[in-house]
Every structure is written in structure tokens, then in C-alpha cells.
Write a protein of this length. Sequence first.
Length: 328
Amino acid sequence: MNYKDIPKDFLIQEYKDKHRSAKEISEELYCGETTIFRALEHYNIKRRSSKENQNPLYGKEPSREELFNLHINSHISINSIAKMFKTSWGNIKRLFDQYKIKTKSHDEIIRKKGFIKPSKEEIISLLEEGNNTETIAKRYDVNRTTIVSWINNYRIPINKIKRKTNPYNKVWDEEKIILKIKEIYKGNQDLSVKNCRKIYPSLYNAGVNYFGSWAKAINSSDINYYGKIAINKNKYWTKELIKERIINIYKSDKRLSSKYVRNNYSDVYDAAKIRFGSWEKAINYAGLNYQEIALLKSQTKEYKTKLKDKLSDEKLKELVLLNRLTQL
């Protein structure tokens, strides 16, 4: 195709108005890019720069007032604005930075028009009535993290708030909460904050409202929260405490195999695995020889490695049969 055969109006519409590239147009017309460039030069149509090709808004960016109205007043996200102008999120964000327009969070974007942030006194009043952060968030149709952020910004001492009433008192009381917690614990179910907020939200919210925190609710049920429930996230199980418990178990039971301790002292076993990396290392830290007191010597990785390095396959099989060791 000769460049003179390409209509000028077509080039203006496709190249200038629709912001299509020379490559896209050439593929449609089954010709080379050079043919398109010659046609542009022939009709005195200015070629775009590399910046203009990368950013369709280059030279015709929306004004500060236009972006401010879309984002701040009309609650339209930056991503949606980018789609409106057929450009990338980054190009619109750069304009916001250039115009010094403070962007809204997702939570602020989804709020209804005319939303009024509650005052410090209003939040304190709601907390005193027995509402927690989740119920307050539902009241204002925002995320729970937003309520927590407001409480922190207002410097409200949430733990010192005296609650007048409790929204759960029709269903829960202290005795019912304790009985339910004990029931869950006896069933070997997870009583961590994360799990109970998801599986037992009503119980969790009632426990926090009645006792001040979930940990206090657990402890009030005669269950050591920091010793048995939140092993991974607290400083209760120090290395010295684990050492002391291991020695006490050994003195009373004379058995410290991983299987025995895991079945009978799971709290100590789990804490030792977390603090030391393995039960064997915890035993050695307590000043005891794991290979001498373990039910099966071949359970230790160190023992297996030494055997494999020093003995032949025939000798290993003989040891397994004669000493009743587990399979190597």
C-alpha cells in the first residue's frame, strides 16, 4: 500500500483522536509502520513523542479542579478515574501528587456522601454503652480498623472505659461464657483470638465485653491463656521455664520421649518446639542426654546421620533387628 492511499481523515481519527499507535494502524491496513509515518508527514500530522505514546493524557491532562471533584466530592477511586481517561493508575496518581491532592483510603471512598466523622465524645459514649469496635464500625458503615484508628487518634483509653450496659446480656453472662469456653477447650478446639473471632464471634464479643479482653475471659475459665492457648505469641514460655518443666517431668515420670510428652504435656512440647526448634534440642538444653532417655534412639536425626556415615547397610539392618530400632 502506498502512503498516499491512506485517507487523512482516517489517520486523524485513529492516530490523534483514538490515540492508536502506528503499529496498530499498520497491522490493520496490512502495511509497514514506515508507511504510516510517511502518511503522517505527508498530511502534516504531528507525530507523538515517546512520553505521549506512554501516557494518552500527555498535553491534555485533566485539571486539578476536575480531579478534585471526581475523587473528593464524588468519591471515585483513582483506579476508576484512570479507566475513565483510558490511562494507567500510575499516570493519574502522578497528577494527584503534582496537584498536591490528598488521596482517600478505600474506606473513605466507599462512605456515603455527607458522611460526618463521629467526635471523641460520641465514640466514648458508644463504648460506655457496651459496644465494641465491630458494632461501632457497623453503625457507621466503615471497617473495624477505621474505628481503631479513630480511637488511637483521639487517644481514648479504651481499657479504662466503664461500660454501663452490655448488648450481649440477653444471651450471655459470665457463667455462660465460662461454661462455653470450657466446653470448647475440652473438645480440643482452638481457643485463639483469631479462631474464636471467626468461629464463635458472639462468644468472643461477649467475653471481651464482660472481662475486658479475651485473655482475661480464658483465664477466668481456669485455663492458662498464655501457657496453653497463645504459646506462639507471648513470652510466657521462656527457655528457663521450659527447662524447669522438662526436669520436673523427668523426675516424676522418668519418660521424655517426644511421643509421650506430646500426648501428655502438649503445652510444654509445643513451646519447646517453638523456642528450640526441636524436642531433642530442648532436652539437651535441660542438661539431659536425649539419646539415653528417648524411647527409641533412632528417632533422633543426629543418631541416624552418625549411623549412616559409619556403618554399612548390612550392619544397619542388623542393628535394627537386634535392638528393635525404628526403620532408618
